[in-house]
Design a protein around this ligand. Sequence first.
Ligand code: S3P
Length: 172
Amino acid sequence: SEMSLREKSIVFIGFMGVGKTTIGELVAKKLYRDFVDIDQEIEKMFQMPTSQIFKEFGEEFFRNKEKEVISQLSQQRLKIISVGGGAFLQEEIQKICLSNCIVFFLDLSWDSWKERISLIIDSRPVLQGRSLEDIEELFYTRQAIYSNHHSKVETDNLDIEEVANYIVDSLK
Ligand code: S3P
């Protein structure tokens, strides 16, 4: 059956460490909706952090789980969903999210991201052992996949509360 715009789940996309989880949680609270973080769902399934899932089972395994969990959740109504920064590498995930949900891209400039790197790098298997130049290249390659969205928020000069309010207002 057709889902009305107001019932659609919201999906947050963007590079690692831009705040998809924190902002998603806050938006969920403001809209009285349930929040789901895809990485956390997968971590619960396997009782281990994503970094360890990558290490023990490999990235392809993780990506398949990611697709499975997102396919399921994105078809539910009224959810606030944050997906991992690599989810939109899979065209199938892009399609499912863009057709069922409202997709918000949380954008941050490379310069701002770089300042936060020490807070982000240790828990992200994809960034391990890469030089800063390498990570910068990855950052810009990923920007291209995030261009598939419905709405975008520039988060550079906003705090978390301001970003969440902006998103909630834009849905009215
Ligand atoms: C990944 C991002 C991570 C997590 C995994 C892979 C990526 O999610 O899914 O480590 O390839 O960008 P966050 O964007 O929440 O860090």
